[in-house]
Design a protein around this ligand. Structure first.
Ligand code: HEC
Ligand code: HEC
Length: 239
């Protein structure tokens, strides 16, 4: 309980009459992540609202256990229990907050074409899987562990994919995103981020409830942070 009081001990909380709700307890978070976790306008502080709960929870563990790095936030979550991190993840995941319209991009038609192609089809010659194979046909993610790609600013996408490439962002092993990004050049990353960031959101922005069927001939890549049913994992097949 001490940490709850401490999490609420922001100036905003002190001024308002204290109600013991998750909205109050997470005021320290929304100071950076925007009201209801809708993201700050500059694209630096990511959106939390509506992202799959298991994904958000995994990220909190990633920061606490050193697979992602942002000191100011890590300090805040360091003393919190796993159960409380999960509760916060579930709270932000449950919030229905409209997405802003995508910003018009400045990328050339060629760059956008490459981006669309990598996301929707991948590149078999370089063993790059289609991003939608995991992130869902509608690119809104797959509950509970895979985040959507839509509604994220280009700079955020570039920064996250760049961090994976530089080894500064990691996920639970096996880190499938690391395996994907390793096969992409910086030009590919820029193309993917530029195309994705200009795509409108569908009417239903919720993550899909199951991953799309594998395209014939493609192999599932296993993700430690989003385990597939054991039988479909490559690693199991090899045993
Ligand atoms: C000082 C500002 C700040 C505070 C306070 C803060 N965060 Fe963050 N948070 C960030 C930044 C910046 C990132 C992105 C860091 C990166 O990976 O580049 C982030 C990333 C995250 C992510 C990963 C999002 C994603 O889509 O991958 C989650 C989840 C998260 N924060 C939850 C929280 C919670 C819960 C709290 C309150 C306990 C909190 N944050 C407090 C700045 C903050
Ligand atoms: C084999 C499955 C798989 C494929 C293919 C894949 N991803 Fe991912 N992706 C994941 C998983 C799982 C996560 C969550 C990782 C974690 O827990 O940190 C993720 C996370 C991400 C994130 C972080 C989102 C955020 O809010 O911070 C981005 C960006 C991303 N993927 C982009 C891509 C792009 C672009 C492609 C195609 C070039 C791609 N992914 C292909 C499984 C995949």
């Amino acid at each position: 309980m001490a940490c709850i009081a401490w999490l609420a001990a922001s100036p905003a909380a002190a001024a308002a009459p204290f109600e013991d709700t998750m909205a109050q307890r997470t005021l320290a978070c929304t100071a950076c992540h925007g009201p209801q976790g809708r993201a700050a306008a500059d694209g630096y502080y990511p959106r939390l609202a509506g992202k799959p709960a298991g994904y958000l929870y995994n990220q909190l563990l990633n920061f606490r256990e050193g697979r992602r790095h942002y000191g100011l936030m890590t300090q805040l979550i360091d003393p919190l229990s796993d159960a409380y991190l999960l509760e916060m993840a579930q709270y932000f995941s449950s919030l229905e907050v409209p997405y802003p319209a995508p910003l018009p991009g400045t990328a050339s038609a060629d760059v956008l074409r490459l981006g669309r192609q990598l996301v929707s089809e991948g590149d078999a010659s370089r063993k790059v899987p289609a991003c939608i194979q995991c992130h869902g046909q509608a690119m809104t993610g797959v509950a509970p562990h895979i985040p959507g790609l839509l509604g994220l600013p280009r700079d955020y996408l570039n920064a996250q994919l760049g961090a994976w490439k530089a080894g500064q962002r990691q996920a639970h092993a096996p880190d499938c995103m690391q395996a994907v990004v390793e096969r992409l050049s910086l030009e590919d990353i820029n193309a993917v981020a530029s195309w994705v960031a200009t795509q409108p959101l569908p009417v239903n922005t919720h993550p899909a409830s199951a991953p799309p069927a594998l395209v014939a001939g493609s192999k599932a890549i296993s993700c430690g942070s989003a385990p597939l049913p054991a039988v479909t994992l490559e690693s199991k097949a090899k045993k």
